[in-house]
Write a protein that binds this ligand. Structure first.
Ligand SMILES: CC(C)(COP(=O)(O)OP(=O)(O)OC[C@H]1O[C@@H](n2cnc3c(N)ncnc32)[C@H](O)[C@@H]1OP(=O)(O)O)[C@@H](O)C(=O)NCCC(=O)NCCS
Length: 300
């Protein structure tokens, strides 16, 4: 990390530490011990029960502003150690090159923290995954590098590869896409081609990972008809070995699908579009092959 960024995070840590009880640094060490191994497949809010318990024990006696200050202090301390963490993750040069901007954005956030910003808040959790080297920044989307497969996705994989599911007891790590609503400007076709290519290149260095998954209304192939601007999200993977598992949308899925688009809302009201919850699964072989072909094309 550059000297300038180190200074910035040290400043953030020092300012927030002043407002907290003296035992804070010991508490941070306790949290570090409680954290589960980074290779444990986990969903976004899962860091291991011991970590969650310790976090809540430490922050329960604090007033809400101090909770945010503790959150900022913890993230700043972790950001200062990020180089060592990233060395363990076998990231590609393309993904490592995304860190300077991501760290600057994190420092901006910590210097003007949103409210709320602690363990129950999604933006904080996304930033926590960033500094722990679990959620790799990749434009508009985060590439979570050790997610776990739950119910439907696991069933879909079991149908295609029953031996693998049996052998691992269903504990199969995968990469997973999470959207970061703060950086939507890169959520376009070009940005997503870069994202998929960089994810595919990283799979080569993570042989235990099954492939890539994303569960969202926007992975629905019917977007080709209702929102062609977003269709590349599923058509690219589907043209290169991915498959989808489709389910009825929950109220939350439906609200998210209709939230920003007058066109989708009008089609829904006219009975011509019903949002669906779609899990897209891109097994590693197809994704790597596609990423390598993309790389060749870029070089040509
Ligand atoms: C996912 C999300 C960020 C995608 O946003 P997006 O790239 O702007 O795409 P949308 O299809 O939602 O666009 C909404 C509107 O923005 C405008 N728009 C988007 N891209 C545009 C472009 N390139 N040119 C002109 N207008 C554009 C259009 O008015 C569009 O409405 P329309 O469908 O009636 O044409 C957005 O849908 C969202 O925030 N949804 C709610 C949260 C969510 O679903 N999160 C993911 C959970 S898994």
């Amino acid at each position: 990390m550059s000297a300038e960024r180190i200074d910035r995070f040290q400043q953030i840590a020092a300012t927030n530490r002043l407002a907290l009880p003296p035992a804070t640094l010991e508490q941070i060490a306790r949290l570090d011990t409680a954290l589960q191994h980074w290779k444990t497949p986990a969903l976004m809010r899962e860091f291991g029960p011991a970590f969650t318990r310790t976090w809540r024990e430490i922050t329960a006696p604090l007033a809400p502003p101090q909770r945010r200050q503790f959150a900022a202090l913890y993230l700043a301390q972790k950001a200062l150690a990020i180089d060592d963490v990233l060395r363990e993750r076998s990231l590609t040069p393309a993904l490592l090159a995304r860190y300077p901007l991501a760290l600057d954005r994190l420092a901006d956030t910590l210097e003007a923290m949103p409210d709320p910003y602690d363990f129950d808040d999604e933006l904080f959790i996304k930033d926590l995954r960033l500094v722990l080297g679990l959620g790799v920044p990749a434009g508009a989307c985060i590439l979570d590098i050790r997610s776990r497969m739950g119910g439907t996705i696991l069933l879909g994989v079991a149908r295609r590869d029953p031996l693998r599911v049996l052998r691992t007891g269903g504990k199969i790590p995968c990469f997973r896409l999470y959207l970061d609503p703060r950086y939507r400007e890169a959520f376009n076709r070009e940005g997503m081609i870069d994202y998929y290519r960089e994810a595919g290149e990283l799979l080569v260095h993570h042989p235990d990972v099954y492939g890539f998954v994303c569960k969202s209304w926007f992975m629905d192939p019917q977007l080709e008809r209702v929102s062609p601007r977003l269709a590349h999200l599923s058509t690219i993977p589907l043209s290169a070995g991915a498959f989808v598992i489709t389910r009825k949308a929950s109220d939350g899925d439906r609200a998210r699908a209709l939230k920003t688009s007058p066109t989708r809302r009008a089609l829904h009201e006219a009975g011509k579009y019903e949002p669906r919850a779609v899990s897209l699964v891109w097994p590693r072989e197809g994704m790597i092959r596609w990423a390598m072909a993309q790389r060749q094309e870029r070089k040509a």
